[in-house]
Unconditional design. Sequence first.
Length: 226
Amino acid sequence: MLIHIISAVPELLESPFAHSIMKRAAEKGLLNIHTHNLRKWAINKHGQIDDYQYGGGAGMVMMCEPLVNAIEELQQETKFDEIIYMTPDGPTFNQQMANQLSMKENLLIICGHYKGIDERVREHYITKEISIGDYVLSGGELAAAVVVDAIGRLLPGVLNDETSALTDSFQDNLLAPPVYTRPADFKGWKVPDILLQGDPKKVEDWRQEQSLLRTQTRRPDLLDKE
Ligand code: ADE
């Protein structure tokens, strides 16, 4: 998968993809991430990419011209399946959206800053808008990192044990069951016996039951979902 990201602060995107699973995905050639500094397409030599909003009011707006020039230049090389704008007023990201996006080939993600981007770019170029939750970040970069991480780990071959993504929380609208590792007794706090008995069928049934119990008590809303 190829992901291009346009940002006014691309430095914010360096660390999230440089370690651990995302790093391995890149090394294996499964996930190719290119970040672009929007200032490369600034309208003048001062690096201007934003301006005051029409109608007055606090906060700058990211201008059409740099964004459109950036998008169109990248489109010359790549046909994007989606052009995504990270914004708190988009639909809220969830596992199902991650699953769907992980099946695409080429994505372009735009990170907003300040008051956001000129509405005309949204109308004419953006094909999907994503919020990562009902709160406002100072820019779309951390949100983009969240989305790329959630997608990247689903790509076939990225996780060592491919079944582990299938048993994540939210796959099948259930939370994951509790997990334990050694020692079996820590300060008198014991691992459930069933996990130590070596009967895979019983373990599987216990995990199913725990998943359901957790979901019922912590996130009953998930059980009403399609
Ligand atoms: N940009 C600012 N806040 C955001 C959010 N909650 N989700 C996505 N992009 C954002």
